[in-house]
Design a binder for this molecule. Structure first.
Ligand SMILES: Nc1nc2c(ncn2[C@@H]2O[C@H](COP(=O)(O)OP(=O)(O)OP(=O)(O)O)[C@@H](O)[C@H]2O)c(=O)[nH]1
Ligand SMILES: [Mg+2]
Length: 398
């Protein structure tokens, strides 16, 4: 196949980062480790992931992309919807200031002369981590042929039925399921197999991310993306759509790197702390976790609007003090608390201990910082899940 090649090897695996950092510490000491820590973080932040959205004309490709990006209709940078013109070549969309996830609207699939091979070559299929194939009725033969070709090439693909809000009363009742299965089991999907197809079939309204299967289809893309560095970029850049647990697990992988950063890059003495730490850096990390998990005021306000309640109804669900009173001072206090507890690192981080022992503040400095960041992520995730439950309760009318 000429239009697909092997993805370059990229990894987020902590074991490999650890190996590189340990080598740097052995060969060049703190200065070399410090520049490698910066480079590793830059490498993770610099990843861009491309995702393709295709389908027959007028099925909601632009509206789907706008909902993923959080764009209002007609907003600057949004994809034009309901337009008379068909895009002739792939058009990229990303959130302003956040280029890590780029969703491309591909030219529509149509015409009796459609050839999946030619189409994939023309859209440079190689660069996309996954494909969403949209339809608002039954999948056409051309769409099915494209899906088969993508499967043969080992590409992630999702079959999305849009405009489900128009048949909402039938959604997920028995008849609807049967109808959906009928759509899938039609002979045009025989090549893919019913199990494969059913596992990748989602029903969405392109205007409502909170209803039907919208979140599920984006979360499937995030979960199944590889290598881990791309998965991480998709989770972080589309954090507001991500499964909180998947997001937390991906962020956790990088905690030891952040802990080492605080211990060796511009650390300063902190009252009572037996080692030096970079408190402004830790403050920014924890603030970043708070944004990722949707506990910042802007996110709470937006979620509260969705359920038609004042923001405090959701912020009252937050139990973590650091989510509410986050300052450099509270970060210093919290770090001191974890240091005084002198707790062990979690089993998954034991492999980092030999490297932590070589830090200027010794194992205690690295291990305590890891525990602080671990605890923040765990507690913020619990808060985020509590908020999600509260929203679900309110929407159900409890
Ligand atoms: N009710 C409803 N309307 C939708 C949905 N998705 C899209 N629409 C509407 O359908 C029309 C076409 O949507 P677009 O997003 O422009 O579709 P498209 O596939 O990008 O169209 P082309 O690029 O022109 O092929 C617009 O008026 C949208 O508002 C949906 O899930 N539900
Ligand atoms: Mg469009």
């Amino acid at each position: 196949m000429v239009y697909f090649s092997q993805l370059p090897s990229m990894d987020l695996e902590a074991a490999e980062i650890l190996e590189r950092l340990s080598d740097a510490m052995n060969c060049g000491g703190i200065p070399e480790t410090a520049s490698l820590v910066k480079a590793e973080r830059k490498r993770v932040e610099g990843v861009t992931v491309h995702v393709a959205v295709t389908g027959t004309p007028k099925v909601g490709k632009s509206a789907f992309i706008n909902s993923v990006m959080g764009f209002e209709d007609g907003q600057d940078g949004a994809a034009p919807t309901g337009s008379a013109q068909q895009p002739a070549k792939p058009a990229p969309y990303s959130r302003p200031g956040n280029p890590s996830s780029v969703f491309w609207e591909l030219p529509s699939i149509e015409g009796a002369t459609f050839s999946p091979g030619d189409y994939l070559k023309a859209v440079e299929a190689d660069k996309y981590v996954g494909f969403f194939i949209l339809t608002s009725t039954r999948f056409t033969r051309e769409a099915a042929a494209l899906a088969s070709e993508l499967r043969r090439a080992g590409k992630q693909l999702y079959l999305v039925r849009t405009k489900i809000d128009l048949s909402a009363p039938a959604y997920k009742n028995k008849e609807f399921e049967e109808d959906a299965l009928h759509v899938l089991s039609a002979d045009r999907f025989a090549n893919l197999g019913i199990e494969f197809t059913a596992a990748r079939f989602f029903c969405v309204s392109c205007h409502e991310v909170d209803r039907f299967d919208f979140l599920e289809c984006i979360q499937a893309l995030q979960k199944n993306s590889s290598p881990p560095l791309r998965k991480h970029a998709l989770l972080v850049s589309l954090h507001y759509l991500a499964s909180k647990v998947e997001l937390k697990n991906s962020l956790k992988e990088l905690i030891p790197v952040s802990a080492i950063y605080s211990c060796i890059i511009d650390p300063v003495p902190v009252e009572q702390l037996p080692y030096q730490a970079n408190i402004p850096f830790l403050y920014n990390e924890i603030r970043f976790y708070r944004v990722m998990l949707g506990l910042d005021y802007a996110a709470l306000n937006k979620s509260a609007k969705l359920i038609g309640r004042p923001t405090f109804v959701l912020s009252d669900e937050i139990q973590t003090k650091m989510a509410k009173e986050l300052t450099e001072e509270t970060v210093s206090e919290e770090l001191l608390r974890w240091t005084q507890k002198n707790v062990q690192v979690s089993p998954s981080n034991v492999k980092w201990v030999p490297l932590l022992k070589t830090l200027p503040g010794g194992k205690l400095s690295g291990a305590s910082t890891i525990r602080l960041l671990d605890a923040m992520l765990e507690q913020f995730t619990d808060d985020a899940c509590r908020i999600q439950r509260k929203m679900a309760d309110i929407l159900r009318g409890d």
